[in-house]
Design a protein around this ligand. Structure first.
Ligand SMILES: Cc1cc2nc3c(=O)[nH]c(=O)nc-3n(C[C@H](O)[C@H](O)[C@H](O)COP(=O)(O)OP(=O)(O)OC[C@H]3O[C@@H](n4cnc5c(N)ncnc54)[C@H](O)[C@@H]3O)c2cc1C
Length: 357
């Protein structure tokens, strides 16, 4: 296994963060849904957003490169691992703003402990349009959620408080920070629809509020891809909606998405634009459809990395896959898409580390 041997002077950082809390050469395969990834030179797991701020500021002050991950459910980490400090962001609070208690407006704070994703089995393919409904007439409520909070836990805690609006994102693994970073989509919904502002740690260590309109949100995109700011918290505009209905939608979503395997990093490529789908005469913009029915790549495999037969835009680790295997499958899909139909498929997953080996 690759191991880092103190090429960067990290001793002071380890002492300040606490020798009992920093792991050396921690395999990142333990912290990604794909179970792929070499070691983190230094690894620190947060318990709340105070830990996150402290770790990032300290690493920067010691000149140690820092990478923040959440659930590791959207990343391909290099077999060579990552230099410097990897901060695994977990835990935090959900704050329900402006709830009325005895005539006063006061925030309600729900602490959420660091938690990890489980696995589920299922067979149904997913479809979602029939589950859409309009919540716009319900009263709005602002909720701020720390970036380390697990998205699914937040959704269920908010249902308990009579708050809806996250049901479209049922069964999407990972943290709220990861969800904001890539502006996740759930069917025809996209997270930025309900984001009011994002609180970040900027590159000088300052805490800054960014209104949604300045976040440069797009499909699988936010400004954080370019700026490298660290997401601390997001303020969402949710609804005092119909909880039972929202729970029903979340449950149905969960069932339909059950065919999406957890030993993956979600969809590997972005779906194609509507315009391209219509020019090509395809019934859907789904890249999974193209890989399955146009490129006929069912079962294509390199080493332990295989195109999932359940959802062809997912590449799964069938056991022992390396990042190199995974990339070889991606490269072949891209090559065939280009050759057969002239399509340039774009990555949806995020690559972390050096892949030139
Ligand atoms: C079975 C399955 C189903 C999925 N379904 C969907 C789906 O329906 N829709 C969808 O959009 N995605 C889906 N995904 C992808 C993934 O779950 C989401 O993108 C998720 O939001 C990633 O969150 P994470 O915490 O795991 O992020 P990670 O994978 O840990 O990180 C992703 C990126 O975000 C950055 N990042 C994470 N936290 C922070 C932070 N606090 N500050 C700055 N940068 C940060 C990381 O550096 C990395 O570049 C699916 C994945 C799986 C495995």
């Amino acid at each position: 296994m690759v191991e880092f041997k103190g090429l960067i002077n990290t001793d002071s950082l380890v002492k300040t963060l606490g020798e009992d809390r920093v792991k050396l050469n921690e395999p990142l395969s333990r912290h990604t849904s794909l179970k792929i990834g070499g070691p983190a030179e230094l690894f620190f797991e947060t318990r709340d957003s105070g830990d996150l701020i402290k770790a990032v500021r300290l690493a920067r002050s010691f000149g140690v490169p820092v990478t923040v991950i959440g659930g590791g459910s959207n990343v391909l980490v290099s077999d060579q691992g990552l230099r410097g400090l990897v901060v695994k962001n977990a835990g935090g609070e959900v704050k329900i703003r402006r709830m009325k208690f005895f005539g006063f407006h006061r925030d309600k704070v729900i602490p959420i402990e660091a938690r990890w994703m489980g696995t589920e089995e299922g067979t149904q393919k997913y479809d979602f349009h029939d589950l859409n409904y309009d919540e716009s007439s319900f009263p709005e409520i602002e909720v701020s959620i720390d970036s380390g909070v697990n998205l699914q836990v937040a959704m269920f805690k908010l249902f308990d408080e009579g708050i809806t609006g996250l049901q479209w994102y049922a069964r999407i693994p990972g943290t709220v920070g990861g969800a904001v970073y890539n502006n996740i989509h759930g069917g025809s919904h996209i997270l930025s629809e309900i984001i009011k502002e994002v609180v970040v740690l900027d590159n000088h260590g300052g805490v800054k509020k960014i209104p949604a309109k300045n976040m440069e949100f797009g499909y699988d995109k936010s400004r954080i891809h370019e700026t490298g700011e660290v997401i601390l918290e997001v303020v969402l505009k949710l609804k005092k909606g119909e909880v039972e209905k929202a729970k029903g939608v979340a449950e149905e979503w969960r069932k339909r998405k059950a065919s999406q395997p957890f030993n993956s990093a979600g969809c590997v490529f972005k779906n194609i634009p509507e315009e391209d789908a219509s020019i090509l005469g395809y019934p859907t913009t789904s890249t999974g459809y193209i890989i399955e029915h146009i490129l006929n790549m069912t079962g294509y495999k390199v080493g332990g990395a295989m195109i999932s037969p359940d959802h062809h835009n997912f590449i799964v680790n069938t056991g022992g896959a390396t990042a190199k295997d995974f990339l070889a499958v991606m490269d072949e899909i891209q090559r065939r898409a280009k050759e057969a139909i002239g399509l340039e498929l774009e990555d949806e997953i995020i690559r972390l580390g050096d892949f030139n080996y």
